[in-house]
Design a protein around this ligand. Structure first.
Ligand code: KIV
Ligand code: NA
Length: 268
């Protein structure tokens, strides 16, 4: 049985444990992360992490659908949320509905995530009133990198701080069931969390958020990018490099394959 959107929504002020969320883009990774997570996010960060793109802007609906379907197939208990890619939802609530319904139909996910606050409020209410649960995303919104001028933390001025709080309130009022707060001054994330009735999920935000999310590859030490907010819980880059090196050595020295890996050869 998968965790449901209302179950995640109900984690606000429940006195329970914080929401555990990680990204997943592939079936096998989803399988491994599923038992430890409440929510698996098929993030458009797959643009950089999987496809080597310079930002999330070139990510397509086709990519999100393909990876979303893989993650749904690889998991059974986490709630699956799929990011709406840049260009698929900003134009109008109707365009957003078409893109979101395609994502849900093709992947089997239970919710979508989109970036933006007050500017996306009408779209969020349009979707949520029509059966599409929406997780919002405020603060540092990577699809707006060109407008923001980079990936630096948000909320350093009074004006920016007020805007983040306003955005968070707007998405809650529009019907979002939770909101990711990314890359903001800790105090802002803490205050926003205290002022909302929906769970906040932090990334570079605050331990007082109602949950936390990281890109799995960052957390596992696989991806080379290390923003301040990433803590490495694994050493996968080193593990892969070491294994590939040992494989190469074994192939060159003809120590691989051994009898155990061959057909029709008696094992001892
Ligand atoms: O795309 C992504 O991975 C995200 C999370 C980091 C919140 O949006
Ligand atoms: Na994203």
């Amino acid at each position: 049985r998968r965790l449901t959107v209302p179950a995640i929504r109900a984690r606000k002020n429940s006195g329970g444990e914080p929401i555990v969320m990680l990204t997943a883009y592939t079936a096998r990774m989803a399988q491994l992360l599923d038992e430890h997570c409440d929510v698996l996010l098929v993030g458009d960060s797959l643009g950089q992490v999987i496809y080597g793109l310079p930002s999330t802007l070139p990510v397509t609906l086709d990519m999100m659908c393909a990876h979303g379907a893989a993650v749904v197939r690889g998991s059974y208990k986490s709630l699956i949320v799929v990011d709406m890619p840049f260009g698929s939802y900003e134009e109008s609530p109707e365009a957003a509905f078409r893109a979101a319904s395609r994502i849900m139909a093709e992947t089997g996910c239970a919710a979508v995530k989109l970036e933006g606050g007050t500017a996306m409020a009408d779209t969020i209410s349009f979707l949520t009133q029509r059966g599409i649960p929406v997780m919002a995303h405020v603060g540092l919104t990577p699809q707006a990198v060109n407008a923001l001028g980079g990936y630096g933390a948000r909320g350093k001025s009074q004006e920016e701080a007020a805007k983040i709080a306003e955005d968070a309130k707007a998405v809650e009022q529009a019907g979002a069931f939770s909101v990711v707060i990314e890359g903001v001054i800790e105090e802002i994330a803490r205050n926003v969390t205290a002022g909302l009735d929906i769970p906040t999920i932090g990334i570079g935000a605050s331990p007082s958020c109602d949950g936390q999310v990281l890109v799995a590859e960052d957390m596992l030490g696989l991806f080379e990018r290390t923003p301040r907010f990433v803590k490495r819980f694994g050493t996968m880059a080193e593990d892969i490099s070491r294994a590939a090196g040992e494989y190469a050595t074994a192939v060159k020295s003809r120590d691989f394959p051994e009898d155990a890996q061959l057909y029709g050869v008696k094992k001892d």
